[in-house]
Design a binder for this molecule. Structure first.
Ligand code: ADP
Ligand code: MG
Length: 675
């Protein structure tokens, strides 16, 4: 028999016509396979049938009863006919009321038995069920799948179509999991599980099937991640040798901390290895990651390789560029900045010089990876504040050269399990201490009644030569609206309480050139008070700024507040962070911020408050949306898949073997769903 092709368009499934196909498309279901993988979101247990005698008011109940008085309709008004019938079991009678559903009402013929499911009411002392679901008795004793639906589709329609697919394929569903993997992990075959998850007898059926699909999904996810980043885990295309970096370290205006020295040693050792580096540099805000990155870039250059440092925002890219220029210009190293707003002629020039190798170091936003930038010899690719980038973006960067060394930097301390999910087997360097000589940061959580005092405090610090950040009230998660309100807030303050001071404004949607000019003016001290949205959240480094005031602090997660606060405390002066909020519900969280300065503790608290799902921020990381797995719930299965994925890769590092082709196809399907 010819195998039913699950990739057939949904329209070729029996029971699906043009109209239904459109409805299914709304749910993202385009093929027969999509339909099978439209897993139920819940089940209705049709095992627990109650006697009418035992019904209680207001409970949701399922009864099995025979019609003793057939439905009679009563016309109430246009579009409204009420049918009433009476049904009975051996223990009592119940009134059944049905609104408008003529077809259902008419099926309630005298003497016929049905299942009725609905809410029990007392209508003038008599038991009744209003608008119950009416199901054939054959459904009794089973479970019924409930699906995410869209108008026009019902659970029954979906269920019938699924059944038609299953009947058409029979056992001919290809199993992605090899028999030995299934055996080792106690997983049932695919065909059986599809049947069980859509038409289970009981919850045990569901859980056996669900475990299999979760396992499969997480296993494929692992393989996908490894493929993306491990594509070049083979031999490095950029072998490097011992290089003296003391000219660089000697030229720094400070001495590297021990933690920085350790990180530099680990990184340069990796870069001399035969495999491409895959290292995460994790260090709290202000711990000095940029200098470590610069050392690595210098090391690459010493070996005749180019390097790129990629930042999530133009502001940060511009700042890194200035920093690197400061470090390297005196050493005769050529550094360029390439972002979306670089003028076209300049872009062309930089690209030409990247291609001919006369640019040593490039600072960029991800614009560089989306177009035709070619490096002559890219040896090192660094992404800063990498939690802002999607997996695919990072992979694209890594593909710029055959196998550059990869360093990613993050201030967000990632609990080990999450790191594992996001990066697989990365090596990690930690900057666990801050440079010496920093003033201390005090944090205060206050309500709006303190605003005047706070503004005066800003003025006092500015009068003493310092600078301040003021993060605007967040109106909503809409850049346009927020920009408008930021402008208003700025005008009100600049012309009001801060009249006579030099006040600047930055927000996300501002023209890049203006944004850059404002940031530069702030960095140079020509602007004293910078009013901004959270575009300054990551990376901005102006050591002379010592006050950070955040309006609507309740709107931000703890880690985000910590990032914002990380903008101050970078110089030798004492710094002050003030969190303004009138939301009582946030008081405890904000007090926690006031007491803690440890990024790791804050991240853990965040994790506790928000759950890993949110912290992983699927959207933010560009991870695929899972069809069935739930990382909070399925962590144990996740661990089981690790060993399994590792074995697969040991056997076939590139998944190039013909028998692994289906795996590849599935991974592609999965990662194409990346938001
Ligand atoms: P982050 O880890 O948050 O990216 P940065 O790299 O922006 O931190 O560094 C924060 C500040 O600390 C910068 O002003 C930088 O010049 C300074 N800095 C970095 N390393 C040292 C050091 N070893 N001693 C003193 N200051 C340092
Ligand atoms: Mg930084």
């Amino acid at each position: 028999m010819e195998r039913f092709d699950l990739n057939k368009p949904i329209k070729q499934v029996r029971g699906v016509g043009e109209a239904r196909a459109k409805l299914f498309a709304k749910l993202g279901i385009n093929t027969a396979l999509d339909l099978l993988r439209h897993f139920p979101r819940a089940y209705e247990d049709l095992n627990e049938i109650k006697f009418i005698r035992d019904l209680r008011e207001n409970e949701e109940a399922l009864i099995r009863a025979r019609v003793v008085v057939p439905a009679a309709g009563r016309y109430i008004r246009k579009d409204m006919t009420v049918f009433t019938a009476v049904a009975a079991d051996d223990t009592g009678r119940i009134k059944i009321t049905i609104f408008n559903r003529k077809y259902t009402a008419e099926s309630l013929e005298y003497g016929k038995e049905f299942l009725f499911k609905g809410k029990v009411e007392f209508d003038r002392g008599a038991l009744s069920m209003s608008s119950p679901e009416v199901l054939p008795v054959a459904k009794a004793g089973g479970m019924r799948a409930l699906y995410s639906l869209t108008g026009g589709l019902t659970h029954n329609i979906v269920s019938n179509c699924v059944k038609n697919v299953l009947d058409a394929v029979g056992d001919g569903i290809e199993d992605l999991l090899p028999a030995d993997v299934r055996a080792e992990n106690g997983l049932a075959p695919a065909a059986k599980c599809y049947r069980a998850i859509h038409f289970p007898k009981d919850y045990n059926d569901v859980s056996v099937a669900r475990r299999r699909f979760v396992f499969e999904e997480l296993y494929l996810f692992q393989l996908g991640l490894q493929l993306i980043k491990g594509r070049n885990r083979g031999l490095t295309g950029t072998p490097m040798g011992e290089t003296d970096i003391t000219p660089f370290t000697r030229s720094l205006p400070f001495e590297l901390t021990d933690a920085q020295k350790r990180a530099v040693a680990e990184i340069t050792a990796d870069m001399q290895g035969s495999r491409p580096m895959q290292r995460l540099l994790q260090g709290d805000v202000g711990s000095g990651k940029t200098a470590v990155a610069a050392a690595a870039m210098y090391f690459a250059r010493g070996n005749g390789y180019q390097s790129v440092l990629m930042a999530p925002t133009e502001i940060l890219a511009a700042q890194h560029y200035r920093t690197l220029l400061g470090f390297f210009e005196p050493l005769g190293v050529s550094v360029e900045l390439l972002t979306g707003s670089t003028p076209a002629a300049k872009k062309r020039d930089i690209k030409a010089r990247l291609a001919d190798g006369s640019v040593d170091m490039l600072v960029s936003t991800h614009a560089v990876i989306t177009d035709d930038t070619v490096f002559r010899s890219l040896g090192l690719a660094i992404t800063d504040e990498q939690h802002r980038f999607g997996v695919r973006q990072r992979a694209a960067l890594a593909e710029k050269s055959r196998s550059p060394h990869v360093l990613i930097m993050s201030a967000t301390p990632i609990p080990r399990t999450l790191a594992l999910i996001m990066y697989g087997d990365l090596d990690i360097s930690v900057l666990d201490s801050l440079p010496r000589g920093r003033g201390k940061i005090s944090t205060y959580a206050v309500d709006g009644t303190y605003r005047t005092r706070i503004f005066n405090f800003i003025k006092k610090n500015v009068d003493e030569g310092r600078q301040a950040y003021l993060v605007c009230p967040l109106v909503e998660e809409n850049e346009e609206v927020d920009a408008a309100s930021a402008k208003q807030y700025y005008e009100q303050l600049a012309q009001g309480v801060f009249r006579g001071y030099s006040v600047g404004l930055v927000y996300g949607k501002m023209p890049p050139r203006e944004k850059d000019a404002t940031m530069k003016a702030f960095a140079d001290g020509n602007i004293s008070i910078l009013i901004s949205t959270t575009v300054i959240e990551v990376g901005v480094d102006v050591p002379n700024a010592n006050v950070m005031v955040i309006e609507n602090a309740e709107r931000y997660g703890l880690s985000q507040l910590h990032q914002l606060r990380g903008r101050i405390g970078r110089g030798r002066w004492d710094s002050y962070c003030v969190l303004i909020s009138d939301a009582e519900s946030a008081a405890e969280r904000l007090q926690f911020m006031a007491k803690s300065s440890d990024g790791f503790k804050i991240a853990e608290k965040d994790l506790e408050l928000r759950g890993p799902g949110d912290l992983i921020g699927k959207r933010q990381h560009g991870l695929p949306e899972f069809e069935i797995a739930d990382l909070e719930r399925d962590m144990n299965v996740f661990y089981d898949t690790l060993a399994c994925a590792k074995k697969t890769f040991e056997d076939d590092p590139q998944l190039k073997k013909p028998e692994n082709a289906p795996l590849r196809a599935w991974i592609k399907r999965m990662f194409s769903r990346t938001p």
